[in-house]
Design a protein around this ligand. Structure first.
Ligand SMILES: Cc1cc2nc3c(=O)[nH]c(=O)nc-3n(C[C@H](O)[C@H](O)[C@H](O)COP(=O)(O)O)c2cc1C
Length: 217
């Protein structure tokens, strides 16, 4: 964050921008509004505006949530990358229902997304994987995400093993690593307002088309 962004972040903390929600037409799709809000969050100086919570549900109905980073979004969905052997990936493979949550506190905004997941293509995962720094690429090989460590040095040893193995070579995309695309069927925008008279605007996909409605806060 630049100094200017930090000062703006401090000065506006808790105030929010409280801009009115845009005028909507029957053709408005949630991705348009998400883009405006995501751009605002990027400009606001918030640290990691792309951080979002992703919730999965186990086969016995236990929900669990963790933060990940949004890497791409478009009308198809919202993409994040992870280890396909991790707890979240195992749960998402068994139950594709998923929820995402963004909270941009300085802007007093929240976006809730519900949908289903699918894996992105290995080509798309490889493209993103190779855009990461070498340390992160080797780190993806070294970590059996969500599995127990057998001893304290295990991660360092595994990292050094792969560092030596891929020395002076392109690090290949691990088969156990890639992206999940969340295809939304519900997107809700929340804008904080005075006296708790917050705006809530929800979009729901019905018969392939987005319908929108305003909800009481
Ligand atoms: C701000 C933030 C961003 C994160 N981004 C990612 C990410 O993009 N992918 C990922 O696999 N883990 C990410 N993590 C770590 C996850 O929260 C989590 O610890 C990890 O994915 C293992 O989760 P699981 O055992 O439920 O699968 C991030 C954590 C934080 C706090």
């Amino acid at each position: 964050m630049t100094l200017f962004e930090k000062i703006r972040c401090l000065l506006t903390f808790g105030q929010g921008v409280a801009l009115p929600l845009p005028e909507l037409t029957a053709e408005t799709v949630p991705t348009e509004l998400f883009k405006q809000w995501f751009d605002d969050a990027n400009k606001s100086g918030i640290l990691l505006p792309e951080a979002m919570s992703v919730s999965s549900v186990s086969s016995c109905g236990q929900p669990s949530a963790r933060m990940v980073l949004l890497k791409e979004y478009n009308e198809e969905g919202f993409v994040f990358y992870t280890n396909y052997g991790s707890r979240k990936s195992q749960e998402l493979s068994e139950n594709t229902k998923v929820a995402l949550l963004f909270h941009w506190n300085v802007l007093q905004r929240q976006v809730r997304i519900e949908g289903t997941v699918e894996k992105v293509s290995p080509e798309q995962s490889a493209k993103y994987f190779h855009s990461r720094d070498i340390g992160s690429q080797i780190g993806a090989w070294a970590s059996h995400q969500s599995k127990a460590l057998s001893h304290d040095n295990q991660l360092k040893e595994q990292f050094e093993h792969y560092q030596a193995l891929f020395k002076d070579k392109e690090v290949p995309l691990p088969e156990f690593w890639g992206g999940w695309r969340v295809k939304p069927h519900y997107v809700e925008f929340w804008q904080g307002r005075a006296s708790r008279l917050h705006d809530r605007l929800c979009f729901e996909k019905q018969g392939g088309n987005w319908q929108h409605a305003k909800l009481q806060p």
